[in-house]
Design a binder for this molecule. Structure first.
Ligand SMILES: *[C@@H]1O[C@H](CO)[C@@H](O)[C@H](O)[C@H]1NC(C)=O
Length: 438
């Protein structure tokens, strides 16, 4: 799934296409929303000068930050479409405080519904599942199909920047994580919370980095006490990623230079709005002859067949979300090493793991009784078909009736969450699979 590459694409979009001035994203939670509402509202700065007759003018709109922190994903994406939505805070064992949303249709009794937990990909957050119309977006479609929908937001994204001890804005220790920790801590925190609230087994649905987290976690089987397998009913993996060594040439080039660009500063926020990140991306674009940076989204994700241009704007306003430099490093390692392992500390592996190389996530150990649905696309540059075949070889002992695999000819990486026809092509067969599991 090439998260790194993914993020870079957004960076380029922001800096090259929109040429956003520095500082526009500013505050802790403000990010894309403040920018987005500025665009949407036209030019609030040019409001007419006050005259006596403005005494009856409408009250000024609340500050964007207030809207975000008060409402988050619910207020900005969900309730206005007529769905019920609640926000929760969930704490991980290593002290991170994460946002979680619960979305339901107005129909039906929530007590009789099955829970579905949605985990977004890199540089995105819970808004990923609500970008198109209710008939096209998976979050709404699941709610309309009678699911009790829960939405995760991984550490470092705009509504999940809390921590017991570390301030994300000032303390580099906050950023000492990669997808290892998302799999080890974020996932169990969410699944245990939803399990306690609903007292039911959960359907897990992930996209991109959300599938890396799931596969890393599933490969640990039932052996540790935080395992989530026994709390799950089934899993659906859209754009499944474990191996990354066949990402396109752009991804490889970025992975090769990533360590050099950030070598000294692993514990830091990887924020696509910062200049040095933009310089890095710009450098990569220039180093590859023939790559037009305006087409970078396509170069990274692969050509997406079926996105709605006006909804793509919404997507750009909600992305890119921050992650850690260390997560970018880990993804780069996955690209260059061709293996699915924990973070490679080099010489530090011995101290960290008691061995010279980082432990492998053994995909052959994924419990055979877990029903899994997978969908991947021939045009996906991040979950490249060759890498997905590698993953499927590791899973070849998985019973046929517990594994359904879909290969979609013209889909790129983003089509799996945003294609206007994804409901017919991916979501309906996926939901039918989930409903067949006992
Ligand atoms: C694209 O999105 C716009 C705005 O959300 C919507 O009005 C339009 O119907 C969508 N087009 C398609 C083909 O779904």
């Amino acid at each position: 799934m090439g998260l790194i590459q993914y993020c870079f694409s957004f960076l380029v979009v922001f800096h090259v296409v929109f040429n956003e001035p520095r500082g526009a994203y500013g505050t802790r939670f403000g990010g894309s929303i403040s920018r987005g509402s500025g665009l949407l509202a036209g030019a609030p700065a040019s409001a007419p000068a006050m005259t006596p007759s403005t005494a009856t003018a409408p009250a000024p709109a609340p500050a964007p930050e207030t809207q975000l922190t008060a409402g988050g994903v619910c207020a900005t994406m969900v309730t206005r479409a007529g769905y019920k939505c609640q926000e929760f805070k969930v704490k991980t064992k290593d002290g991170y405080i994460l946002a979680l949303q619960r979305v339901n249709s107005a129909k039906g009794n929530v007590k009789t519904k099955q829970p579905a937990f949605l985990q977004h990909g890199l540089f995105m957050d819970g808004t990923s599942w609500f970008l198109d119309s209710p008939k096209q977006s998976l979050g709404f479609i699941l709610a309309d199909s009678g699911y009790d929908v829960w939405v995760g937001n991984t550490r470092g994204t705009r509504n999940s920047r809390g921590h017991d001890k570390f301030d994300a804005n000032t303390n580099p220790l906050y950023w000492d994580f990669s997808w290892d920790e998302m799999a080890q801590y974020d996932l169990p925190a969410y699944i245990n919370y939803v399990s306690r609230q609903t007292k039911k087994k959960i359907n897990y649905i992930g996209h991109s980095q959300g599938t890396i987290m799931a596969l890393a976690s599933f490969s640990q089987g039932r052996k540790n006490k935080d395992q989530i397998i026994d709390k799950l009913k089934a899993a659906a993996l859209l754009s499944p990623v474990a191996y990354l060594d066949h990402v396109g040439r752009v991804g490889i080039s970025m992975a090769n230079s990533f360590g050099g660009a950030w070598g000294g500063e692993i514990m830091a926020e990887f924020n696509l709005k910062e200049d040095h990140v933009a310089d890095y991306i710009g450098g990569v674009c220039k180093s590859i002859p023939g790559l037009n940076c305006y087409d970078t989204v396509t170069a990274f994700t692969g050509p997406n067949c079926c996105l709605n241009a006006s909804n793509f704007d919404k997507f750009i306003r909600n992305s890119p979300q921050s992650t850690s430099v260390k997560n970018g490093m880990h993804l780069s390692q996955t690209v260059t090493q061709g293996t699915f392992t924990k973070y490679n500390y080099g010489i530090g592996n011995f101290v960290k793991y008691g061995m010279l190389t980082p432990p492998v996530y053994p995909l052959t150990n994924i419990p055979k009784d877990l029903p899994i649905f997978m969908s991947y696309g021939d045009n996906d540059n991040l979950a490249d078909p060759v890498d997905v075949q590698h993953l499927l070889r590791d899973m070849k002992q998985h019973p046929k009736n517990k594994l359904e695999v879909q290969r979609i000819k013209n889909y790129g990486h983003l089509d799996f969450i945003m294609a206007t026809n994804a409901n017919r092509i991916v979501f309906k067969p996926m939901i039918a699979f989930l409903k067949r599991q006992k």
